[in-house]
Design a protein around this ligand. Sequence first.
Ligand code: NI
Ligand code: MN
Length: 232
Amino acid sequence: MEIIWLGHSAFEIISDENLKILIDPFISNNPACPFKVEEIDADIICVTHGHSDHFGDTMEIANRTGAVVIGNHEHSLYLAKQGFETIGMNIGGTIKIHNIKITMVNSNHSSDMDFIEEMGVGGSACGFIIQLESGTKIYHSGDTGVFGDMKDVIRDIYKPQIALIPIGDRYTMGPREASIAAQWLDPDIVIPMHYNTFPVIEQDPEEFADRVESITKKTKVVILEPGQIYKE
Ligand code: NI
Ligand code: MN
């Protein structure tokens, strides 16, 4: 299993059986992404919400690769109307695709598709728990503030071993809130995201790492550079 950070909240997970799962593929307008959108391959694309820094190049990549797009009901309807292969779901549900299980969980954020004319379309923002073939569970929170479900639902029911959470502040949690989120989620590994893409979300990930270290011995913070791979 490999997790490649593409900068911002965009990740590519390569599963144990070599499936490529893209999450929030913000590539072509992402100043932190070291890859060109044409270089990105996918079997499955998961979209957490309708903001352009997450929905990103979903349609371009799905069009070229034939990847199935997994998102909320409203996004799925929007994409299906345009001929994309898509699976719609909603908070609390799990789907199985190949040997991967994907659960949609709450996030505390908005989801309007800010790149289309009709604002108001986009349903609710979400996070995903992706269970790979081996059983490893990766939680991608999407954009979110810290919220109680992180311990009562996400930790207690799903127990993800790896958590990808934002630390950029302003639009999401900052380092302080994210360190509490890490404590509540109680994963083995936490990887910070959604920072240093733009000046307004400039953060020092080491501050986040220090905070996590001071409140929990269990969780290890892995700070990636865009393009860098975490392997297990
Ligand atoms: Ni957002
Ligand atoms: Mn965002």
